[in-house]
Design a protein around this ligand. Structure first.
Ligand code: HEC
Length: 133
């Protein structure tokens, strides 16, 4: 490389770096905004999970605890809400539990959507799954 070429090359390098730095500073607000979104999103998920569980607990106590106190079963002793019992009867997911509320087995009250909304039913089911191991 001759001297003029070299200086052209270095000055190009410098302008490119300058451009990159400009791009970098332009990106910063977006990166910050993105990070902030993730942060807000995760705290939202966290608080809504906690709220869901609170609702589930309240509704469970109101509608289910009479027969399922402490996750047991006062009517049919072998059909408790513990994971082992439930799963051996094919009741595994929150959906399965909601389905049972709508169409229960013998000896259990039927809960329609007017008594327990879909949202409440899902909250109860989540509460059962996380509470009775
Ligand atoms: C009047 C008593 C009673 C009430 C109230 C009641 N259950 Fe039940 N529950 C039963 C009986 C009895 C069974 C067993 C039914 C059968 O033989 O399939 C049962 C079974 C279940 C099972 C399956 C357990 C297993 O091991 O197979 C789940 C889950 C369940 N109930 C959830 C609920 C939820 C949720 C509520 C409240 C929304 C509720 N139950 C309210 C009596 C009740």
């Amino acid at each position: 490389m001759s001297m003029p070429e070299l200086s052209l090359f270095t000055s190009q390098l410098i302008t490119e770096q300058g451009d990159n730095m400009k791009k970098g500073t332009k990106l910063t607000p977006y990166l910050l905004a993105g990070g902030f979104c993730i942060l807000t999103f995760s705290t939202n998920v966290h608080t809504s999970l906690a709220a869901n569980n609170k609702l589930g607990e309240k509704e469970f106590k109101e509608h289910c605890a009479a027969c399922h106190a402490d996750g047991g079963n006062l009517v049919k002793a072998d059909k408790t809400l513990s994971r082992k019992d439930r799963e051996s009867h094919g009741v595994k997911t929150a959906k399965d539990i909601v389905r049972l509320m709508r169409k229960p087995g013998e000896g259990m009250t039927t809960f329609d959507k007017k008594t327990i909304s879909d949202k409440e039913a899902k909250a109860i089911a989540d509460y059962i799954i996380t509470t009775f191991k």
